[in-house]
Design a binder for this molecule. Structure first.
Ligand code: GLC
Length: 739
């Protein structure tokens, strides 16, 4: 689809008519061996004003123009963070109906974050980047790293949880993995897009400390460490300015403090004003519906804010060509890194490696929340009949949820995975239990299932209980789904509890059979009023094409669960800071009154016990973490202190434990959380094996943002290092001082 006129001969640059150069001479911008910025400057010097402006805005739903005259190709973007979206029509959201664009759905990013394993993030980025490369895409519109502020946000499933340190460590390998394929990662949504309600307009008010310590770190890590080539502005406003053209966020912080040399891409329809787009740091405009435009109008793209209106301001001298050149340079840099990068690999699609990666990440991200009496893993040799109950055992979940929806090559549902695992060794009964959402198609993709069921809820329940009674073990597979007002873009959840009357089904199943495991297919915390009557609970996330196989791996013990929660499960919605402070969803403005006390930071400051804590996750084996110690009692301003601990697998099954390091500042002049995550290490141990885990603490990890000085400070005084296997399971502490 895109080829580059490889060799162009030019009269020698020595001026005059010169001698026709030899065949081997190419213009610098076409020469892979030239440094990037030489290529950029050369290309820029050859371009007209119109050609530079054309680079800055869409020409179709997901592409922007190149410079045909110079053989500079178009830029093609694609959703999304979990896999490569099916091709859509030139100027519509509708599917183009291609037959070669089915993909692998990797697990949702909450699942990736729940692995607490940067190696999984590297594998994820590599794999999804290879699929984007194969589909000849230049920009992957992901990953999303907006912080999980409260449990109702419809898009939490697309992000990496409530903690800035975990999100920062997990986003960097993903970005690098994608970009190693010559595909730009476009980290989104920058910034403060923490709810879907009124997302296109809401003005977020947040104090500088929470902004810097909670909401920006993952973006900063993606840019400074991940070297992200693109960042997507968010729809909402901050300080009254739309984030797609926000001077403070884009010019001062992103391009100023963080030295971002890539492209700021608007969210689709996030641009509202030409002059602000010019002056406040936007580089590429997509998805606008500008004045007088109807969808698909022939001249639509000329009317974009950064199209003809921009050209007119340039011609009248009201807009500077220097600013235009900075934008054009950034887009050219993006093009040379991607579309014109002839050294990039060729990628692959739906390969066995990608299927295996999807299954491995899913299995490693599942979180065993509760497992009394060793209900899990189910021992196939001991079972004659299993009853699988619940709509989420059969409902496709790779379809829906908004822009991250996918057309997959295949999706193994939980029921299919269970059946494939047991074969004819165990009889599998299935009962719906309840009817939730019978939708099977989204955005032109149809799962082909018929989920209609005419039974009354009473009958559905009776049938499920009957199956549970005759089974040796029961697996309830429910949770949320990708429908509106569930885990879905464009709206937030309306309730914290499970929808569709699932609580009653779970209660009835618990009464019918004590050997019950409840499995959630979801991307958000939920209430569990029945938790004391259910022995086992597993969070299985939205885990993509291999969901069923990965679930079966964990349920039957082929995989020992090692996931840890990337966000808190409150007992009640009101236990969440944003909700307790009455600041969700706000109206024209939403004020983050809880400040930096997000998630476990809130729970610990207010001593509110969570249902399940940040960092919590059980295993089929047991671990002991002991001998928490430091190599010195004090830390100089330039020094480092080494915190160590011993971790041992004290059980009889191989498994992995995530040793977590939190730091508490015991005497800070500004309020700080009780403790904050500053290190983690996932260790895989055979039964009886032990390992020493070490964390090097340097003063930068002790800093907080002092908004009175607009600076990061590490304040001398006493600190405590907490080492444990969850934020609420600390195995040892050691004090030290910062000189
Ligand atoms: C959507 C989403 C964004 C997505 C873009 C293109 O509105 O906010 O995440 O990448 O538009 O579909």
């Amino acid at each position: 689809m895109k080829n580059i006129s490889l060799l162009m001969t030019f009269a020698s640059m020595s001026g005059g008519c010169g001698r026709a150069s030899t065949e081997t001479d190419v213009a610098p911008y076409l020469d892979e061996d030239q440094p990037l910025d030489i290529r950029v400057e050369d290309a820029l010097s050859r371009m007209t004003l119109e050609e530079k402006v054309a680079l800055l805005h869409a020409q179709s739903k997901f592409s922007s123009a190149g410079v045909p005259r110079l053989g500079i190709p178009e830029v093609w973007c694609t959703d999304g963070p979990h896999g490569i979206r099916a091709e859509v029509l030139w100027d519509e959201w509708e599917q183009a109906g291609w037959t070669n664009d089915s993909c692998t759905a990797f697990p949702a990013l909450t699942c990736l974050a729940a692995t607490w394993n940067p190696e999984m993030s590297a594998l994820y980025g590599k794999s999804v980047g290879e699929e984007a490369r194969y589909r000849e895409k230049d920009v992957l519109l992901g990953p999303g790293v907006n912080i999980y502020r409260m449990p109702l946000n419809g898009r939490n499933f697309e992000y990496m949880g409530e903690d800035p340190f975990l999100s920062s460590r997990m986003v960097v390998p993903y970005v690098r993995g994608v970009q190693a394929n010559g595909v730009a990662a476009c980290v989104k949504h920058f910034a403060l897009n923490n709810q879907e309600t009124n997302r296109q307009q809401v003005n977020v008010v947040v104090d500088d400390r929470a902004l810097r310590e909670i909401y920006l770190p993952a973006f900063r890590a993606a840019v400074e460490e991940g070297k992200a080539w693109a960042v997507m502005g968010s729809y909402n406003r901050y300080k009254g300015e739309f984030c797609c053209h926000n001077h403070y966020l884009l010019n001062e912080i992103l391009k100023g403090e963080w030295n971002f040399d890539g492209v700021v891409i608007s969210d689709w329809g996030g641009v509202h004003d030409t002059k602000q787009a010019i002056e406040n740091g936007l580089d590429m405009e997509f998805g606008s519906w500008t004045d007088g435009l109807t969808w698909g109008a022939s001249n639509a793209y000329d009317n974009y804010y950064l199209a003809r209106p921009y050209l007119e301001l340039l011609r009248s001298g009201e807009a500077s060509e220097a600013t235009l050149d900075d934008k054009a340079r950034r887009v050219l840099r993006l093009i040379f890194r991607t579309a014109m990068n002839r050294r990039k690999p060729f990628g692959s699609l739906n390969s066995p490696e990608h299927i295996a990666a999807a299954r491995r990440i899913a299995g490693e991200g599942m979180v065993l929340l509760k497992n009394d009496n060793g209900v899990l893993p189910f021992d196939m040799s001991q079972l004659k009949t299993i009853a699988v109950i619940g709509e989420n055992a059969v409902k496709m979940m790779t379809v829906g949820g908004g822009s991250s929806s996918l057309k997959v090559h295949h999706e193994c549902t939980p029921l299919e995975g269970i059946r494939a695992a047991v074969g004819n060794r165990v009889k599998v009964l299935y009962e719906r239990g309840y009817v939730g959402d019978v939708t099977t198609s989204y955005n032109g993709v149809d799962s082909g299932q018929d989920l209609a069921d005419s039974r009354t809820s009473g009958q559905l329940l009776a049938d499920a209980v009957a199956a549970a009674r005759q089974a040796d073990a029961v697996l309830f597979v429910g949770g949320l789904n990708k429908s509106d007002y569930q885990d879905c873009e464009g709206a937030d959840r309306r309730e914290y509890g499970l929808p569709y009357g699932q609580d009653a089904v779970i209660e009835a199943l618990a009464a019918a059979n004590p050997r019950l495991a409840v499995v959630f297919v979801s991307g958000n915390a939920v209430a569990m009023p029945w938790i004391d009557r259910v022995p086992a609970v597993l969070e299985a996330w939205f885990s993509g094409s291999e969901a069923g196989n990965a679930l079966a791996d964990v349920v039957f013990g082929a995989v020992n669960p090692s996931g840890k929660l990337p966000f808190t499960f409150p007992v009640r919605l009101e236990d969440n800071g944003a909700i307790a402070m009455g600041e969700f969803p706000g109206d024209d403005t939403v004020t983050y009154r809880e400040g930096l006390f997000v998630g476990y930071r809130w729970h610990e400051a207010r001593q509110i016990a969570p249902l399940f804590a940040f960092g919590h996750g059980l295993s089929y084996t047991t671990f002991d973490v002991s001998d928490v110690r430091s190599d010195r009692a004090s830390l100089s301003a330039k020094g480092r202190i080494r915190i160590s601990a011993e971790v041992t697998n004290t059980g009889d099954m191989a498994g992995a434990e995530v040793v977590q390091l939190y730091i508490g500042d015991e005497e800070s002049s500004l309020p700080r959380p009780v403790k904050e995550l500053k290190g983690f290490r996932k260790v895989f141990l055979a039964p009886g094996e032990h390992q020493t885990v070490t964390f090097d603490i340097t003063p930068d990890l002790l800093q907080y943002y002092d908004d009175t000085k607009a600076a990061w400070v590490a304040e001398p005084g006493a600190f405590t290092a907490y080492v444990g296997t969850a934020s609420d399971n600390i195995c040892g502490t050691v004090g030290f001082t910062l000189e």
